[in-house]
Design a protein around this ligand. Sequence first.
Ligand code: SAM
Length: 226
Amino acid sequence: MRFDVLTLFPEMFSGYMTQSLLKLAIDRQLVQIHLHNIRNWSRDKHQCVDDRPFGGGPGMVIKPEPTVEAVEEVQTLDANPGKLVMLTPQGETLNQQVVERLATHKRLVLLCGRYEGFDQRVCDILQPEELSIGDFVLNGGEVAAMTVIDTVIRLVPGVLGDEESSHVDSFSTGNRLLEHSQYTRPREYRGHQVPEILLSGDHPQIAAWREKNSRDRTQERRPDLL
Ligand code: SAM
C-alpha cells in the first residue's frame, strides 16, 4: 500500500517511520510512505505558503495555489491517483469502520494542514474526503495523518505477525465489541491470579470465557456498542 503525505513539516515523520511495525512493513515492501513538502510548490521566493485571512481575524491561512498544484502533481507520480484525504477537525470522525474502508484503497494521499487550515477553494477544487481524528484541535494534520497510517497498515495483509489479531481487535468488523482482557506470565502477581480457565487448555471453554468477558467489558465501558 502506498501513502503520500503532503505537509509543511515532513521531518515530523522521520522518527515514526523508523520504528516498530511501520519500519518492518516498509522493509518488507508492504508499505511505502512518500513525503512531500508543500513549500516546494510555493511561487514565492521565500517559499511562503500562507497569508492573512480575508475579512480579518487571527492566524494565517494556507494558500490555494501551492496546495492544489502540489496535490495534482503528487497524484500523477503513480498510475493510480489514489484516494485524497484532507485531515481537518471539521471532517467525518475516524473510526474502525472508516479505517477498514480506507484500507481497501491501494494508495492514500494525505493532506495535512497547519495554522488556521486551508483556503476553502482547496476543498472546492480537489473535493478530498475530509477526515477528523476527534472533536479537538491539533496544531497540525501530521499527527492525524500518522493516526490514519498507523490504523490502516494494521489491515494490510502481512503487516501483523498474526492476521487474526486485526480481526478480533476492538471495534473491528469481526468483533464490534471491546476485546476481552489479556493475560501473560506470571500466573500470579501481587495476589492477582490469571483466570483458571485460561490455563486449562480447553479451547471451547476459553472462547466462551473470552466472549463473555468481551460483552461484560463492553456493557460496562461502552454500552453504545452493544
Ligand atoms: N481553525 C481550524 C478550525 O477551527 O477548524 C483548525 C486549524 S488546526 C489549528 C490546523 C490543522 O491541524 C488543520 O488544518 C488540520 O489539518 C489539523 N487538525 C487539527 N485538528 C484536527 C483533527 N481533530 N483531526 C484532523 N486534523 C486536525
